[in-house]
Write a protein that binds this ligand. Structure first.
Ligand code: NAP
Length: 305
């Protein structure tokens, strides 16, 4: 029996666990993979304060875990199967058994959006990937493409341009969504080639990916021979467990204000899983601290903290 259960071990989750534990709450955090969440896919994080040389996502994740555990937060390595937030205490069922708590912070983050093409899942790890920072090394000296026009696609293309022979950036419009800071380095990288107004219509393959069929805005098609394709078209929230339980917006993000309070008293949503305008590690961490603050206040109101 815990005061506070945190679901998800990214920056929001571990900051909630740290803040709750420092406030004297009995806290457990449930994480199914390694600490850090989406951060673990980033080799160089320069926009989280306190690291003058930047930091890699794995290191930052483990530091966040260690920081929370220093104050007594426990990490439970398990997968959450179902939740009952209306029960008292609230119940979270995992593949290692049920856990109970008086308050819960949901910090399950978001995961990669898929193009939805035939064979996309089957070719994962066979030329198709979603994480250039994780798998880029496999394509050293080869020809790859990145799909997308946001900050992630821009960062992926730049990373890959340092490893690969040629990098194509395939974007469905003729202007990038990525912030200006990326535009000049992308334009200056001699081995990055833009494919504007183009979408991937089909994945070409034998046992592994051999290329893509592109459809241009004017209706013409072209084949691009590739060794690898990184799909970097945004994210979807990890909220299927909470559908019908917590209020979600049309994209599946949990509806909660800056106070992180959901529609169920004692349940808070922190980080990328929450409907919010700006998602960064630092804003996720801030959410975690806010969620722990209101969880503590909730428990005090209940006379249980
Ligand atoms: P994003 O900003 O939502 O951009 C997604 C991109 O993929 C857009 O260019 C979009 O095209 C394109 N796209 C979406 N669905 C598509 C489809 N079905 N087919 C083809 N293209 C598609 O996502 P993100 O780049 O992953 O970034 C997510 C969040 O993380 C953002 O808030 C971003 O700022 C943040 N982030 C920040 C940094 C940083 O601060 N350095 C680095 C990485 C990510 P349209 O432009 O036409 O919509």
């Amino acid at each position: 029996m815990y005061d506070l259960l945190v679901i998800g071990g990214g920056p929001a989750g571990y900051t909630a666990a740290l803040s709750g534990a420092r406030a004297g709450l009995r806290v457990a955090l449930i994480e199914q993979l390694s600490p850090g969440g989406q951060m673990t896919e980033t080799q160089q994080i320069d926009n989280y304060p306190g690291f003058d040389e930047g930091v890699d996502g794995f290191t930052l994740g483990f530091k966040m875990q260690a920081g929370a555990e220093r104050f007594g937060a426990e990490t439970v390595a398990a997968q959450v199967l179902s939740v009952d937030f209306t029960a008292s205490p609230k119940r979270v069922v995992t593949d290692s058994g049920a856990l109970f708590a008086r308050a819960v912070v949901v910090a399950t983050g978001a995961t990669h959006r898929h193009l939805g093409l035939a064979e996309e899942a089957a070719l994962l790890g066979k030329g198709v990937g979603y994480c250039a920072a994780c798998d880029g090394m496999l394509f050293r000296g080869k020809t790859v493409a990145v799909v997308g026009g946001g900050n992630s696609a821009a960062a992926d293309a730049l990373l890959l341009s340092k490893l690969c022979k040629e990098v194509y950036l395939i974007h469905r419009r003729d202007t990038l969504r990525a912030e200006k800071v990326y535009h000049t380095p992308l334009a200056q990288a001699e081995n990055i080639h833009f494919k504007w107004n183009a979408t991937v219509k089909a994945l070409l393959h034998g046992d592994k990916l051999t290329g893509v069929l592109l459809e241009n805005k004017d209706g013409t098609e072209e084949t691009l021979a590739l060794d690898g394709l990184f799909i970097s078209i945004g994210r979807t929230p990890v909220t299927s467990l909470f559908r019908g339980i917590l209020d979600l917006d049309e994209e599946g993000y949990i509806i909660a204000g800056e106070d992180t309070k959901t529609n169920i008293p004692g349940v808070f949503a922190a980080g990328d899983v929450r409907k919010k305008p700006f998602r960064q590690i630092v804003t996720a961490a801030a959410d975690g601290a806010v969620a722990a603050y209101f969880a503590e206040a909730y428990l005090a109101e209940q006379g249980e903290a």
